[in-house]
Structures are given as structure tokens and as C-alpha cells.
Design a protein around this ligand. Structure first.
Ligand SMILES: Nc1nc2c(ncn2[C@@H]2O[C@H](COP(=O)(O)OP(=O)(O)OP(=O)(O)O)[C@@H](O)[C@H]2O)c(=O)[nH]1
Ligand SMILES: [Mg+2]
Length: 297
């Protein structure tokens, strides 16, 4: 089984990782990296020094980072890009991951606009920076979910919404990578669809009743978090989660036969599914859409 390691960098990255741990993502090793000693639930924490040059300081900890990442086949680096630590140290962790030959995915949380223009701008630069050190970068444009939230939602609760979306994305990648899909997709397939330096986006949909696969798929591809036109997508993973009665093979088949009509003619298309009886009568579709843009704008 391929070894997966998820690294939370900086406060936001670590909160997102703690959320995954609480949600019960299995067979993954969790690591955290920050300036302060962390309260996180991970199995290993790397405390950076007190230097204000986050990147330089992280560089000094490369040996420790390399040691923590040892033997990983895939490393997922999660960070909020609006702060200094995440934006500064995530590229260092990613470079270490590439050095050991692991497939490296950056999951970057863009700030909400209420956090201020400076953070938004820092995030844009941070993403374009990190991009050079990863195989694939999964962008979470937080602000895009704002219309779906109640106006009175606190910033902490907004972050939790984002953490939940990230954990679904990461869990899907891990479940498929560990070979849990009943459609025979694996780790190599994921690297084919989202690798090659693509930007990726995650969308989630849920439905019940007849034609649930199509309804959930449509909701997922219409997620405001998918910032690129689907017609430009060079890769798409469509992952279904549900209890056996909801995973109606005929309906699934009709849905997946249609995927190619939505994406670029050269797109790599992959569909997968896992059984989860805790889903009750609900079927969830998680899509990861990958596109080959040059820069994050
Ligand atoms: N999803 C999520 N994002 C968060 C959370 N906390 C902060 N963020 C995002 O992450 C960005 C960076 O904030 P922090 O992670 O606290 O900053 P840092 O990377 O530790 O950098 P410093 O400035 O050195 O503290 C913020 O602008 C937010 O957009 C969280 O709990 N969940
Ligand atoms: Mg911090």
C-alpha cells in the first residue's frame, strides 16, 4: 500500500489537519510544521526557530523535515497562504518531499476577502511560488463559498466549512490511492489526472433518491469552488461515496458515460467509488477538476 503523509504548515494548515484527524481519515501519517510548539493531534510536530524569515528558518530544518517524510509515496502539504508561515514554509516542505521522490500535492487555502487585501495578495504570490515545488496544487478559493453561508457565520465557522471541504478532498485522494475504490483505480491513476503541475479544484455534491449519482455529480461540478471552466479541464476525478443501495450501477454508468461531454476532449477522466454504510440514503459525489493554467490569477 502506498504511504501517504499529510503535513499541516502554519496555524491554518494545522487546523485543517486536526479536522481531518477528528474526521477519522485512516492509514495516513499526519505531521505539522509551525513556529510555536503545537497543540495539534499529529504524530510528529516540527517546531521552526524564532527567526522572522520563515522560509530561511524552514530551510534550516530540512534534515528534520526529510526525516519526517521518509518513505512517503505521496505527500500532501496543507497551508493557509495569507499568513507568513504557511506561505513561507510550505514550499520548503514541498521541496523536501520532491527530493525524496514523493508525489507532492499542495493544498492551499486562499483567505476570505474580509481578511484584507494584503492577505489576498500574499496568497496569490504564495500560490504561484509553491507551484514550482509541487506536482499538483489544489486551490481552495475560500471566498467563493460565501454566498452559500449565512451572513452571520463567524470567521471561525467559515474556516470550519473550508476544513470540511479539504478533508473530503484529501480523504477521496487517500481512499482511491489506497485502493479502496470498487472501480479499480489507484495511486498511479491519481498522479496521471492531477499531476504534471496542474491546478486542481474540488467540488462536492449530495443527493438522494432516483438519479442520485447524476444529481450529486451536477451539484459537485457546479460548485463555486471550481474556478476554471469545466470545458478547459485536462483531468477530472469523479468519486462517489454511499451505501450499496444508493450506488445503483445503471445510474452510475449513465452519469459517468456523460462526463466526457463536460470536459476538454483531451482530458484524463477517472471515476471511482467507495461503499460507506454511514451515508444512509445520501449519495455524495466529490469531483477534483485539474487544469493546466500557467499562473494563479
Ligand atoms: N481552513 C482554515 N483556514 C485557516 C484557519 N486559520 C487560518 N486560516 C487561513 O490561513 C491563513 C493564514 O493564517 P495562519 O495559518 O494563521 O498563518 P500562518 O501560516 O501560521 O502564518 P503566521 O502569519 O506566521 O502566523 C489565513 O489568512 C486564513 O485564510 C483555519 O482554522 N482553517
Ligand atoms: Mg501562525
Amino acid at each position: 500500500m502506498p504511504r501517504f503523509k499529510v503535513v499541516g504548515v502554519g496555524g491554518g494548515g494545522i487546523n485543517a489537519v486536526n479536522y481531518m484527524i477528528n474526521a477519522g481519515i485512516k492509514d495516513v501519517e499526519f505531521i505539522s510544521v509551525d513556529f510555536a510548539p503545537s497543540m495539534s493531534l499529529v504524530s510528529r510536530h516540527i517546531t521552526l526557530g524564532s527567526n522572522t524569515e520563515e522560509c530561511a528558518t524552514a530551510d534550516e530544518h530540512c534534515e528534520e523535515i526529510l526525516c519526517a517524510l521518509k518513505e512517503a509515496n505521496m505527500v500532501i502539504v496543507v497551508a493557509g497562504m495569507g499568513g507568513a508561515t504557511g506561505a513561507g514554509a510550505a514550499p520548503v516542505v514541498a521541496k523536501c518531499s520532491k527530493k525524496i521522490g514523493a508525489f507532492t500535492v499542495g493544498v492551499v487555502i486562499c483567505p476570505f476577502s474580509c481578511e484584507g487585501a494584503e492577505r489576498v495578495e500574499r496568497a496569490r504570490n504564495g500560490i504561484n511560488d509553491l507551484r514550482n515545488s509541487v506536482d499538483s496544487i489544489l486551490v481552495i478559493p475560500s471566498e467563493k463559498i460565501i454566498d452559500n453561508l449565512d451572513k452571520s457565520t463567524s470567521l471561525t465557522d467559515k474556516f470550519k466549512e473550508i476544513d470540511n471541504i479539504i478533508r473530503h478532498g484529501v480523504q477521496s485522494i487517500c481512499d482511491i490511492g489506497h485502493g479502496h475504490s470498487f472501480v479499480g483505480a489507484d495511486f498511479e491513476d491519481i498522479t496521471m489526472v492531477i499531476g504534471d503541475n496542474k491546478f486542481a479544484y474540488v467540488g462536492i455534491g449530495e443527493a438522494t433518491g432516483s438519479n442520485a449519482p447524476l444529481k450529486a455529480f451536477r451539484e459537485a461540478i457546479n460548485s463555486p469552488l471550481i474556478e476554471v471552466p469545466l470545458s478547459e479541464a485536462k483531468g477530472i476525478i469523479v468519486h462517489f461515496i454511499g451505501d450499496a443501495p444508493q450506488l445503483n450501477l445503471l445510474e452510475l454508468n449513465e452519469t459517468v458515460m456523460n462526463i466526457e461531454s463536460y470536459v476538454h476532449p483531451e482530458a484524463n477522466i477517472m471515476w471511482t467509488g467507495v461503499l460507506d454504510d454511514a451515508m444512509g440514503d445520501k449519495l455524495r459525489a466529490i469531483v477534483v477538476v485539474a487544469s493546466q493554467c500557467r499562473d494563479y490569477l
